[in-house]
Design a protein around this ligand. Structure first.
Ligand SMILES: *Cc1c(COP(=O)(O)O)cnc(C)c1O
Length: 402
């Protein structure tokens, strides 16, 4: 007989966890994870409902609180990340917002790295202060700046690494040391590294968030997010906030993400290898003023990247000498790489941050972040590397022709 007892997931290699972790079968013995596309649950008796609500008997109550398909995604993500607990969310932004708001109250203070995904910047800079939570933005690579920003009421440090779109790498261990000495928690948005390329909790990070929309889905289908933390954080800070404000993940999207996780390492390894190859090739091309790739020795934080990341990642940014005109001619001449602000897809995608994701910023603020008019951000997909290189080559010729 095929042993049906659950696997001892903690002892399995990551590639096995990506396929099997957290799987729970129904009485039908389905092979792949079942999609429980239901909002509510029924109880055999009124007393059973009472016990469930009192927390005296286990089980599901309502899909805003928890759902079996979402629970499988959460369990698998917790195993991958090495976190005690996880909660799935409707999007990456709901993960970021819930992870911050659930632990903050009026009078608290947040320190964040200035180089943030646009919507994260809105939450920290515009939204939190409306509710009496002050925030200070710092250069994330400058440890003295983090230290100087700390106040007695500082509760949270927030950052992403590598950052969007200039792929700065922030020293997670050093930031955690400063935060923890000040009694603050560290929340890291790990999207650009992917769960396979960087393990923030191993460096002391308290809460890790992802937009699952990106490499976890991997094919540009669904929005989703996840918050990973200790059991204590999830129970004491997040649980009630999550239940009653409703950033919950759709079971359908959780099911798609479970399928995405099965192939995550195959995809991300290939994307990182292609990204490294394209970064090296781009650095040699005329018309390319600068390549920003955490896996290259000329990256400003190459040493930190080597210590903290297992690869250079699946994203490459580069500066065209010809500024905005060259960047537009380049983008328009691409035939395989598509123009999109999204990332983490099987398709390679290019974006011009200065006129899209970061157009809201003043030219001075963009300059401070290193976002020049010639900067392009490439999310490397699964196409044949030689076809991508030829496509970029064609676009570079179009860009430099003027
Ligand atoms: C996309 C992204 C988000 C937001 O995720 P959504 O799923 O689009 O809400 C947050 N942080 C980073 C770094 C991202 O790339």
């Amino acid at each position: 007989m095929n042993d049906q007892t659950p696997l001892d997931d903690d002892r399995l290699a990551l590639d096995t966890v990506l396929v099997h972790g957290g799987t729970e079968r129904s009485q039908f013995g389905e092979t792949s994870e079942a999609l429980f596309l239901n909002s509510g649950f029924v109880y055999q008796t009124a007393a059973a409902a009472e016990a469930r609500f009192k927390g005296e008997s286990p089980g599901f109550i309502y899909s805003r609180y928890a759902n079996p398909t979402v629970a499988m995604f959460e369990a698998r993500m917790a195993l991958i990340e090495g976190a005690e607990a996880a909660r799935g969310t409707a999007s990456g932004m709901s993960a970021v917002t819930a992870a911050l708001l659930c632990q903050l109250r009026a009078g608290d203070h947040v320190v964040a790295a200035r180089a943030l995904f646009g919507s994260c910047l809105y939450v920290v800079e515009d939204l939190l202060p409306r509710f009496g939570v002050q925030s200070t933005l710092v250069d994330g690579t400058d440890m003295a700046a983090w230290r100087a920003a700390v106040r007695p009421e500082t509760k949270v440090f927030f950052l992403e690494s590598p950052t969007n779109p200039t792929l700065e790498v922030i020293d997670l261990s050093a930031v955690c040391e400063i935060a923890h000495a000040a009694g603050a928690r560290v929340v890291v948005d790990n999207v650009f590294a992917t769960p396979l390329g960087q393990r923030p909790m191993a460096h002391g990070v308290d809460v890790v968030v992802y937009s699952a929309t990106k490499h976890i889905d991997g094919a540009g289908r669904c929005l989703g997010g996840v918050i990973l933390a200790s059991e204590a954080f999830v129970t004491e800070e997040l649980k009630d906030f999550y239940r009653h404000t409703g950033p919950s993940m759709s079971p359908f999207n959780a099911w798609v993400m479970l399928k995405g996780l099965e192939t995550l390492s195959l995809r991300v390894e290939r994307q990182c290898a292609t990204a490294a190859r394209l970064a090296d090739w781009l650095a040699e091309q005329p018309g390319v003023a600068r390549v920003l790739y955490p896996g290259r020795d000329d990256h400003p934080q190459a040493g930190v990247a080597r210590r903290q990341m297992s690869s250079g990642g699946p994203m490459v940014s580069f500066d065209l000498a010809g500024g905005k005109d060259a960047a537009f001619r380049f983008s328009d001449a691409l035939r395989i790489v598509r123009i999109s602000n999204n990332l983490g897809d099987a398709r390679s995608l290019v974006t011009h941050p200065a006129t899209t994701t970061h157009q809201r910023l003043t030219p001075e603020a963009r300059a401070a972040l290193g976002i020049s008019d010639g900067l392009l951000r490439l999310s490397v997909g699964l196409e044949a590397p030689e076809d991508l290189q030829a496509d970029l080559g064609r676009a570079l010729r179009a860009a430099t022709r003027g």
